[in-house]
Design a protein around this ligand. Structure first.
Ligand SMILES: [Zn+2]
Length: 379
């Protein structure tokens, strides 16, 4: 179905990415989303131990489009790095308070993706995260958490062609899918009120009874629909069961696409077409993370409009915030100062924090007052 024929509902894309050198690319992303009927989006900042996070770019995007962008910031792992002057760092728990005060809407975590779980050596339930999860739970601050990967990434026979390039094939030296679930579920058992949106349906699209059991046990947990195209292939194998699941758990699922700078409209279309129609259709072949694949056809589940309304926006607004939270200019500018120093210390080139600081200083957006005197402080 063409986008123009789809439901005219309010839509938030809760799973997009932004970062890198082209700060203007945020405008094109928003335009493409709008052309697909999506008026707001959540920018997720991925960060990994040993690397600098892209929070400056995310803060920039939100400062430039305060009404349309939610920001789930990345953790600053320099807190646990060597070779950093720790007078400039904050503990993972302290970072929650700081990001919330700055006006961020939540936190993104990628530490449960198997390759990062392996390279960091940090179990999801290790002591380093303990106070952090306790603080998140206490504040009810939302997390969008990528935990695990599609099961076929552990099986070279089953893995699709497109997954082999980025190095997403795992073997017996990698943590197993089940061991990662166990680590994550120990975190949930210890902090059962955590407000978590698990990315990519928590990679349980092939095991809906287990997905249901998790949602039944933890009332603040929900799943996003960002492909992972395997998700749609798995649902297509059992359309009735999938549709029943979506209707039963209509309050616990959020629309997302994994869209990013330079992304293709087909990524936005495929999730909407799956939700809104009962068509049997070929996966988009122009998207390098969907095709080539030995599985070609997927099938829509044609949800009723009252369910779509929740999945498209209401669930996210209820769980996270009715509108993007406003940034606190002073705290954002101070954070950019701090990250400028840390990015220099960690050898980040170009220093994105400095670039964003300079950019915001030279620009006024609809808030009108970013262009005052802190240029000197950031340089
Ligand atoms: Zn993503």
């Amino acid at each position: 179905m063409d986008i123009s024929e789809m439901a005219g509902l309010s839509i938030i894309d809760c799973h997009t990415h932004f970062g890198g050198e082209d700060l203007d690319a945020i405008d094109a992303m928003l335009e493409q989303e709008a052309a697909s009927g999506i008026e707001q989006m959540t920018v997720l900042i991925s960060s990994f131990p040993g690397r600098v996070n892209a929070n400056p770019e995310g803060l920039y995007a939100k400062a430039r489009h305060p009404e349309r962008i939610y920001l789930f910031a990345g953790l600053d792992y320099s807190a646990i790095a060597k070779d950093v002057d720790h007078r400039w760092t904050y503990s993972l728990a302290q970072q929650i308070d700081r990001l919330a005060a700055m006006g961020c809407d939540g936190i993104k975590m990628l530490n449960g993706k198997p390759n990062y779980r392996q390279s960091s050596g940090l179990a999801l339930d290790c002591v380093i995260y303990d106070d952090y999860f306790a603080r998140l739970e206490e504040r009810g601050f939302p997390v969008l958490w990528h935990v695990n990967d599609p099961e076929e990434f552990w099986n070279p026979e089953e893995a699709p062609e497109w997954a082999k390039g980025p190095g997403w094939l795992y073997d017996e030296t990698s943590p197993s899918k089940e061991s990662i679930y166990q680590e994550c579920e120990r975190v949930l058992a210890k902090h059962p009120k955590l407000k978590i949106i698990f990315a990519h349906f928590y990679f349980l699209s092939d095991d809906l009874p287990r997905a249901a059991a998790l949602l039944d046990r933890y009332s603040n947990v929900s799943f996003d629909l960002a492909p992972g195209i395997e998700m749609l292939h798995n649902f297509a194998k059992r359309v009735e069961e999938a549709r029943d699941f979506f209707v039963k758990y209509q309050d616990r699922i959020a629309f997302g696409t994994d869209f990013g700078p330079g992304g293709l409209d087909s990524r936005l279309w495929v999730v909407r077409n799956f939700l809104e129609t009962d068509e049997e259709f070929h996966v988009p072949t122009d998207e390098r993370l969907f095709w080539p694949d030995h599985r070609a056809m997927i099938r829509g589940i044609a949800l009723p409009e009252e369910v779509l309304r929740k999945i498209y926006a209401e669930n996210f607004r209820r769980q996270v915030s009715p509108a993007p939270r406003p940034l606190n200019r002073e705290l954002v500018l101070a954070e950019l100062d701090r990250l400028t120093v840390l990015q220099d210390a960690l050898g980040a080139k170009p220093n994105a924090a400095r670039r964003v600081a300079v950019r915001l200083a030279g620009e006024s957006n609809s808030e009108g007052d970013w262009s005052t005197p802190y240029l000197g402080r950031a340089l």
